[in-house]
Design a protein around this ligand. Structure first.
Ligand code: FES
Ligand code: FES
Length: 162
């Protein structure tokens, strides 16, 4: 067993896990943060995307031990003080998700993009979502929501298309 301490959503949490335990399983099974989804388990779908030290990663491909001492943001930590993040609001306003399974990963990939690129082009948004598979939506409403959230985060007035 290895002892791992991670700052998850602003809180230090510790668990003892077997060396082969992935970050995804640590989050879901030890910390009961089940927003990050187990899809393919081999790095293809992006359903397990979380942000580690500011970068989006597939948590099914990172060992829990590799995350020791690092900062991890999951979808559960995105809202603050009971206020949803602009991305969450825009995804809801635009009805950007259908089954929702891909949603946490998509939104965290988008957050990582907007943290680096406040005014991304459609091509940059598409590129940022390149590792996130969605079998339901066709991505159009997601891209629209990310553009709306970006304007919101830049403090610009916007109209929300419902
Ligand atoms: Fe990690 Fe699919 S579950 S990429
Ligand atoms: Fe169903 Fe994306 S909304 S997989």
């Amino acid at each position: 067993m290895v002892t791992v301490t991670i700052n998850v959503n602003g809180e230090n949490r510790t668990a003892s896990v077997s060396p082969e335990t992935t970050l995804l399983r640590l989050l879901r099974e030890n910390f009961l943060l089940t927003g990050s989804k187990l899809g393919c388990d081999v790095g293809d779908c992006g359903a397990c995307t979380v942000i580690v030290d500011g970068k989006p990663i597939n948590s099914c491909l990172m060992l829990a031990a590799q995350a020791d001492g690092r900062e991890v943001l999951t979808i559960e930590g995105l809202a603050s003080m009971n206020r949803v993040h602009p991305l969450q609001k825009a995804f809801e306003d635009c009805a950007s998700l259908q089954c929702g399974f891909c949603g946490p990963g998509v939104i965290l990939s988008a957050k990582a993009l907007l943290d680096e690129v406040p005014d991304p082009s459609v091509a940059q948004i598409r590129d940022a979502l390149g590792g996130n598979l969605c079998r339901c939506t066709g991505y159009v409403k997601m891209i629209e929501a990310i553009q709306i959230a970006a304007r919101d985060m830049r403090g610009e007035t916007q109209e929300v298309n419902r």
